[in-house]
Design a protein around this ligand. Structure first.
Ligand code: HEC
Length: 708
């Protein structure tokens, strides 16, 4: 299957010797099926001459269109009960793998925390090499976050591309594991980092960035020459200082939608979802919310704040603006629209339409015309309360004014969903076979409290002792994008689960935060297979043929917000298992070694402090940001951040040097000099000691329980 392809224009012709058995949607499905193959073919041709398409998984997302779909059907609903572990390999990383794999030439490539790239032999799991771009921590929360989370890599010809937390794009040769070039995209000292995977297309590498909502800088996307690393273009997502740059067409449109004070313009970071469309030669980018987040802190009266929370289509050659669609105008809730952007040809009212689909944080599923950005349909895929519907004529949400916390008398509102979103960055999947989109959805709520002036907004996301905690869970939603209706739903205990894969074997695969790997019948949602991995999962599975056998690959290990923000949930101990790459096949009979999560709390080195000091410290522990990394209520997250409840006498004696003196900044522990006073640190210490005693006493008490 080698359809003609012109790299320059991205056009292609579809061969006619197709045989798709379960093709029930007519001709356009043929093109979809071949689109997957042809893109696989393109990457493959660049790689090795003998390549056979289905041995390749060339993109995170499977194809450039990010459909997360495989035409393989060796594993199907009739034999799924024989699916077992072919092999597993431990990954030497404390933090979990969140990006999915790419596969070429019997080799599996995986990007992990710290932007390390791991190469493994697909036949045995044997490790071939590890590439480490050695990102630097500069002592900020931002670089800590960026260096911990790497959402994957891109492949083009024999090259692999990964982006680093200190703002570089690095190209390496996939056969040797050696670096080819590196290019700087953003500046960490200006509060930028990168957590997203680069995307490739048309001989270019595309990358965005993140400010983890902590800074009012401008989001942008850079394009580099895939061969040489030469910088080709940059597209800013929000306007800048009008005295310093002449406005492009895009920035002229955008500038009108902000208040007059350009200094209060920021955000719109394209921190993950991005899709190159070879047919239209467009790059679709998804952007994050505006900064500052509380609209009162932006100029009042403000406007829609373009191009935040938008899908923007750019000319992939020049970076010029082509169209945009904004999902949440004048956002106050951090409803980023940076979820994966899926491209497909679907039949709508009897007509084949090339569409862009996204399920952003705000809980609505959008179908847009890929060429024009025109909204074709939208409906909510989980319950939401911030808007009742999307008006198709104007393309705007019909908002519920109650959700605008900053306009309410008490400055407060309970909003569904919250800023973690009804769906975040985890891969969704589109099966051309069933015509359904499978969304790794979340059910949650947040209590938004305006703190302006002097600050902005405080959001209770449902962690720790929150009153909205009980509203939080997960769901796999099978969504009909044409009817804009659910076909089935499957409930999950925790919110942040893995990305989704669908296959022509009528199966849908997903790993969970609670450590299971599930397979569902794609049409009915019947759970047909469960395999307990013991490790929380966020990555999406991928699947390839290796030596005639279909292999399903799953990277596991708690990572990102799943391990940190929800540490008290993933600490169910069922899913705190090791960081691994797992491979499954029919008849696979490998076993994971028995794993029992255990921990021991030493006797705390100091006596408890007075209760009022402790409660002061508890509030400061959250407000100063300690809980962001060390867990709510000091409940230890997995990964490389230490459990403060186990801190030794030496650590407590040198607390000021560590927290205020910056003694450990090179290892990711920021300096809080200026942000936390020595008196406040004493209160925080009182709180840490108190939690240490709570954990220790519980352990000693449980030890003495009869029968335990
Ligand atoms: C951006 C993430 C992050 C934040 C925020 C953070 N820490 Fe840390 N912290 C770390 C990491 C990573 C380490 C481990 C450093 C190392 O390997 O030595 C650490 C280590 C420590 C240690 C040493 C523990 C030990 O047993 O060695 C203490 C104490 C500590 N942090 C206290 C705090 C306090 C108090 C706050 C809030 C004021 C805080 N941290 C905020 C990431 C963070």
């Amino acid at each position: 299957m080698q359809p003609a392809y012109s790299e320059k224009h991205g056009d292609f012709t579809v061969p006619t010797h197709a045989s798709t058995k379960q093709n029930f949607r007519g001709v356009h499905l043929f093109s979809l099926f071949f689109l997957s193959c042809f893109i696989a073919g393109v990457a493959a041709r660049g790689a090795t001459a003998e390549s056979n398409d289905n041995t390749y998984w060339p993109f995170i997302g499977s194809t450039s269109a990010a459909q997360q779909y495989s035409p393989l059907r060796q594993i199907n609903e009739n034999n799924i009960q024989h699916l077992g572990l072919a092999w597993y390999v431990d990954i030497p990383s404390a933090d979990g793998l969140v990006g999915n794999t790419v596969v070429a030439g019997n080799t599996i490539y995986e990007a992990g925390p710290g932007s390390k790239i791991y190469a493994h032999d697909a036949r045995s799991g044997r490790q071939l090499w590890i590439f480490d771009p050695k990102p630097q921590f500069i002592g900020t929360i931002l670089t800590f976050w960026g260096n911990q989370i790497t959402r994957g890599l891109a492949m083009w010809k024999d090259n692999l591309y990964v982006a680093t937390g200190d703002c570089r794009v690095v190209a390496i040769n996939r056969l040797t594991g050696k670096q080819l070039w590196e290019a700087k995209s953003c500046e960490p000292a200006e509060s930028y980092t990168i957590t997203g995977a680069p995307r490739v297309g048309g001989g270019k590498v595309f990358i965005g960035n993140s400010s983890i909502d902590a800074a009012s800088n401008r989001g942008f996307v850079d394009a580099f020459d895939a061969e040489t690393g030469r910088h080709l273009w940059r597209f800013y997502t929000v306007p800048g200082d009008p005295s310093k740059e002449s406005a492009s067409k895009a920035m002229t449109i955008a500038a009108k939608t902000w208040g007059k004070d350009w200094k209060n313009i920021g955000g719109g970071n394209a921190w993950d979802g991005m899709t190159f469309d070879p047919v239209l030669n467009l790059l679709y980018i998804g952007t994050g919310g505006p900064q500052p987040q509380n609209p009162l802190q932006r100029s009042v009266p403000g406007g829609d704040a373009l191009f935040t929370d938008s899908i923007v289509a750019l000319n992939a050659d020049t970076g010029e603006y082509v169209w945009h669609y904004q999902t949440t105008p004048d956002d106050a809730w951090d409803f980023d629209a940076m979820a994966p952007i899926l491209v497909a040809d679907v039949s709508i009212k009897g007509e084949s339409r090339r569409v862009v689909m996204q399920a952003p944080k705000n809980g609505f599923f959008y179908v847009l015309d890929a060429k024009t950005g025109k909204l074709l349909s939208a409906d909510n895929f989980v319950p939401v309360n911030w808007a009742s519907k999307i008006d198709l004529k104007s393309g705007r949400p019909i908002e519920n004014p109650i959700a605008r916390y900053y306009e309410n008398k008490d400055g407060r509102a309970t909003v569904v969903p919250n800023e973690h979103g009804a769906h975040n960055w985890q891969a969704m999947s589109y099966s051309p076979q069933t015509g359904l989109v499978y969304i790794p959805a979340m059910l949650n709520a947040g209590i938004y409290q305006s703190t302006y002036p002097p600050g902005g907004v405080k959001v209770d996301l449902g962690a720790g002792k929150s009153e909205v905690k009980s509203k939080t869970s997960g769901q796999l939603v099978a969504w009909d994008p044409v009817a804009q209706k659910p076909r089935w739903r499957s409930d999950l205990d925790l919110p942040i689960n893995g990305g989704v894969l669908s296959t022509a074997g009528e199966l849908v695969f997903q790993g969970t935060a609670t450590g299971e790997f599930f397979a569902y019948q794609a049409q009915t949602g019947k759970r047909v297979w469960t395999w307990y991995t013991g490790s929380a999962t966020q990555a999406a599975p991928s699947t390839v043929m290796i030596d005639g056998e279909q292999l399903v690959l799953l990277p596991v290990g708690a990572g990102g917000a799943q391990q940190q923000v929800f540490a008290d949930w993933t600490s169910t101990k069922k899913s705190r298992g090791p960081v691994r790459l797992l491979a499954f096949k029919l008849g696979g009979s490998a076993q994971l070694p028995a794993y029992q999560y255990s921990e021991y709390f030493p006797r705390p080195p100091r006596p408890r402090y007075p209760a009022d000091e402790v409660s002061k410290g508890a509030a400061l522990f959250d407000d100063s940001g300690c809980s962001f990394c060390h867990g709510y209520q000091a409940i230890h997250p997995t990964g490389r951040v230490p459990d403060l409840r186990k801190a030794s006498k030496e650590v407590h004696d040198s607390l000021a040097a560590i927290v205020l003196g910056g003694a450990r900044t090179s290892k990711g522990m920021p300096s809080f000099a200026g942000a936390v006073t020595p008196e406040q640190l004493e209160a925080i210490q009182a709180y840490i000691i108190d939690e240490a005693w709570n954990a220790y006493e519980k352990q000693e008490h449980d030890k003495n329980k009869p029968g335990d």
